[in-house]
Design a protein around this ligand. Structure first.
Ligand code: FMN
Length: 254
């Protein structure tokens, strides 16, 4: 089995690792940022999965590029979108785009700081039934179950609008949304967790023009020195099953 994943704060990687742990076969986990420079036109295995965080009811830009340029050839393919509040028609669209046999979304902690307070998000986890729903996904994948996502007409109409608003917000972050305060010790962690290699650190932290808007730099700064415009939380999130080093390994492009 091969699982491709994209992660900023570890939710999607934690799900990938859980699937790998219960699989009865060898599993290769591939972080999408690590292969973007040498993308193959086709990947083959008996089973292939794609796991990603849902952004603006759609895919992160890089995951969309990955899916658009690559064919996933396997007897069984699955995709899981992790999200915090609303997935819209995302999984319906992704299943159509990638022709996945099984597509499912999983409600987890929402790491979108302009929208959510992280302490409240952590407290909401039992209500979101993350573990219960993950267990169902694990057994469905293990049984190679197929699942077609359906989408209602209002969602089909609303989702492109939400995606447009989402991509505008991400562009705003990219242009002028990040602030670095005096706690910064120029440790370079922000540059290493950035999946697009968009950050360089010299006399200060420089944000360039390839931002995914994923907020990994903000959440994972060891000094909590990076802040995003209109953030509702000074508390940060990293999935407890995932270490900072694992995210660096997954995302480092420098
Ligand atoms: C830029 C951005 C946009 C997001 N958009 C949505 C969204 O449209 N719907 C939603 O429910 N969650 C949204 N989220 C929350 C993430 O999808 C969610 O927290 C995800 O599990 C994070 O996965 P990760 O830890 O693997 O990065 C968004 C997060 C970010 C940073």
């Amino acid at each position: 089995m091969t699982i491709f994943y994209f992660t900023a704060t570890g939710n999607s990687l934690a799900v990938a690792k859980r699937i790998a742990a219960q699989a009865q076969e060898e599993v290769t986990l591939i972080s999408i940022p690590q292969i973007m420079d040498n993308l193959m036109s086709e990947y083959q295995d008996d089973c292939i999965g794609l796991i990603f965080p849902i952004y603006g009811c759609g895919l992160p830009k890089m995951v969309n590029q990955f899916l658009s340029h690559t064919k996933l050839k396997a007897d069984y393919t699955f995709t899981i979108g992790t999200y915090g509040f609303m997935s819209g028609a995302c999984m319906f669209n992704v299943q159509k785009q990638g022709g996945f046999d099984y597509a499912e979304s999983l409600l987890m902690v929402d790491n979108y700081l302009p929208g959510y307070e992280i302490t409240e998000e952590i407290a909401k986890q039992p209500q979101k039934k993350t573990e219960e729903n993950l267990q169902k996904i694990l057994s469905n994948i293990s049984a190679r179950q197929k699942k077609s996502n359906v989408s209602t007409l209002p969602w089909k109409i609303l989702t492109p609008l939400i995606q447009f608003i989402g991509s505008t917000l991400i562009k705003n972050n990219q242009a002028k949304g990040y602030f670095v305060n005096e706690n910064c010790v120029k440790c370079n962690v922000c540059a290493k967790v950035c999946p697009s290699g968009n950050i360089t650190v010299s006399d200060k932290v420089h944000f360039h023009q390839q931002c995914e808007g994923c907020l990994s730099c903000v959440h994972l700064c060891p000094k909590n020195a990076i802040h995003v415009k209109h953030e509702r939380s000074t508390v940060r999130w990293r999935h407890p099953d995932i270490t900072l080093n694992e995210i660096i390994e997954a995302n480092n492009r420098i």
